[in-house]
Design a binder for this molecule. Structure first.
Ligand code: GLY
Length: 264
């Protein structure tokens, strides 16, 4: 069944710049290999396109090493787009870079003006509500400002909390269908998904929690066989995408695109 939280006509991506080697990371496990990252990025775009979607590929932004993680710059809802205000100072300017592209698709563009901060990676839109996880990047004021805008468009927003030490709320969870969430046990233990069907990420495969349902596909990071098999058993169509290079910067499948359906 199609649903606006899982089915989209469009996606926006941004190619990694050479400066991505300076991208933010919680733990330094070495610089990402640009050529390998570019190859994985192309496979990711091909998977999005294979569902019939239009993918807008934006050029690299060398001034912003983390700019390929476009999800953090905006929240796209059916009624309009909200331009975020990233909490990482080095990423603040990325949001304004994204705004003109979104203005080409959305009649309504709203801005988080601050002083609060909020990043798209902390926002999960399900079939029934918008969940926003407070984190080191998303604070109470950012949540409040986003809530006011989204509520004005008819959305119910619920504030939850990202586990300590985890970059974004969606680092640890993904929407698989309107009522089903793939989650780490550490996040689901908070009770934030009570009332949803939960598919557990296998112990030791926590980095598999960030996947995306995009039309009839789940784009899933390669290398997590037990979680992959759980999703296959649950009936999802999976495509595995290499994520080893983005993972060095704490990035995953959701971070690499904005997904939406413009209103006619
Ligand atoms: N490297 C992704 C981020 O920290 O936002």
């Amino acid at each position: 069944m199609t649903h606006p939280s899982t089915h989209f006509s469009h996606a926006i991506t941004r190619a990694p710049a050479g400066s991505v080697t300076a991208g933010l990371r919680a733990v330094d496990t070495g610089a990402p290999d640009l050529a390998r990252m570019q190859a994985d990025h192309l496979a990711y775009i091909a998977a999005l396109r294979s569902t019939g979607a239009t993918v807008v590929e934006l050029p690299p932004l060398p001034a912003y090493p983390d700019a390929l993680f476009v999800e953090d710059t905006a929240l796209c809802l059916p009624e309009g787009a909200i331009i975020m205000r990233p909490g990482a100072p080095s990423r603040l300017g990325e949001a304004a870079e994204m705004a003109p592209t979104l203005a080409g698709f959305f009649g309504e563009i709203a801005w988080i003006k601050g002083p609060g901060t909020i990043e798209g990676g902390d926002i999960l839109v399900t079939g029934r509500e918008v969940l926003v996880g407070r984190s080191a990047r998303t604070d109470a004021a950012g949540v409040a400002e986003m809530t006011e805008i989204a509520a004005g468009w008819g959305h119910q927003v619920r504030e939850v909390f990202t586990p300590p030490g985890v970059l974004h709320f969606k680092t640890d969870c993904s929407l698989m269908d309107a009522d089903t969430i793939l989650s780490t046990r550490r996040l689901a233990a908070s009770g934030c998904f009570d009332g949803y069907r939960i598919i557990d990420v296998a112990e030791g495969e926590e980095a598999a929690a960030n996947a995306i349902r995009f039309n009839d596909l789940v784009l899933f990071p390669a290398g997590f066989p037990r979680t992959r098999d759980a999703l296959l058993t649950a009936g999802y169509n999976l495509v595995e995408i290499g994520n080893a290079e983005c993972a060095k910067l704490d990035g995953g499948m959701s971070c690499l695109s904005l997904r939406f359906t413009p209103r006619p």
